[in-house]
Design a protein around this ligand. Structure first.
Ligand SMILES: C[S@@+](CC[C@H](N)C(=O)[O-])C[C@H]1O[C@@H](n2cnc3c(N)ncnc32)[C@H](O)[C@@H]1O
Length: 257
């Protein structure tokens, strides 16, 4: 058995690397669908950019539908998975390996979005402010950003809670919650996870890693968007309409004037 516990603390943007990236697709609990984002892209117009595109959901389905959308992610390992999935489907996709808080791309976009609340993975308010400024800078005048967010869930994931799957080669894949801490007042969570791949011959690969998330109440995030220069800011309910003031799940739509 090998345990790489020394890797528990990695830069926030490098959480999805190594064994974590390998196990992402088989163990993922939620995948955004192209249907959820097609309306936003239709309304904003091309070209578009998905931040934190990871292994390619919903990016590749959108590309397959003919949308001019590129992907950006900080993890080389997640982008390698995305490239492999694109190649397997015969899709051509433009991918950028950069952090969203420092991205510098040659193109400007009519739509920039995250699919799911990956913005909460930014480690600090400074990174969140920087990312919003970068998004604003990369939008064409009149272009729109869509940023899904969640509030910190006071019901921390239960200690020992696990998700399991079977790999095509018969290996057992597992992610287990070792510890979880929610600071609802600060809007921050920290979760220590153990990732395992147990081969059929019993050989075990293990990685322990900590993930942190940040959460901002709607009025705070609205101010952050204003500070970054955005206009026409609306908090929406992912199921449609405006988000209620106390929604735990919401998305911000905002425009570059
Ligand atoms: C929960 S995954 C979602 C991936 C994708 N939507 C999917 O399901 O394939 C979050 C992604 O955000 C990326 N990420 C995290 N922090 C980032 C940052 N600061 N800049 C760019 N990408 C980041 C991770 O590498 C990871 O691929």
């Amino acid at each position: 058995m090998t345990t790489d516990a020394s890797a528990a603390h990695v830069a926030a943007s490098q959480f999805y690397t190594g064994l974590v990236a390998e196990l992402y697709d088989p163990l993922v609990s939620y995948r955004a669908t192209a249907d959820e984002y097609a309306g936003f892209l239709d309304h904003s117009g091309p070209p578009a950019l998905e931040l934190g595109c990871g292994s390619g959901a919903p990016l590749l389905d959108l590309v397959a539908r003919g949308y001019d959308v590129e992907g950006l992610d900080a993890s080389a390992d997640m982008l390698a998975l995305c490239r492999a999935r694109a190649a397997a489907r015969g899709l051509r996709v433009v991918l950028h390996e950069q952090e969203m808080q420092s991205m510098a791309l040659p193109r400007r976009y009519r739509a920039i979005f995250l699919a799911g609340a990956s913005f909460t993975l930014l480690a600090s308010d400074a990174d969140a402010h920087a990312a919003l400024a970068r998004v604003h800078e990369h939008l064409l005048p009149g272009g729109a950003a869509l940023i899904p967010l969640t509030l910190a869930d006071p019901a921390a994931p239960p200690f020992g809670g696990a998700r399991e799957a079977r790999a095509p080669d018969g290996a057992s894949l597992r992610v287990t919650v070792l510890a979880a801490h929610v600071d609802a007042a600060r809007g921050a969570t920290r979760t220590r996870l153990r990732y395992e791949r147990i081969a059929r011959d019993g050989r075990c690969e293990t990685l322990v890693r900590e993930i942190a998330t940040r959460h901002w109440p709607q009025p705070v995030f609205r101010r952050m968007l204003e500070d970054a220069g955005f206009a026409r800011i609306t908090a929406v309910d992912p199921r449609g309409g405006r988000a209620s003031a106390d929604a735990a799940l919401f998305a911000f739509l905002a425009q570059r004037a």
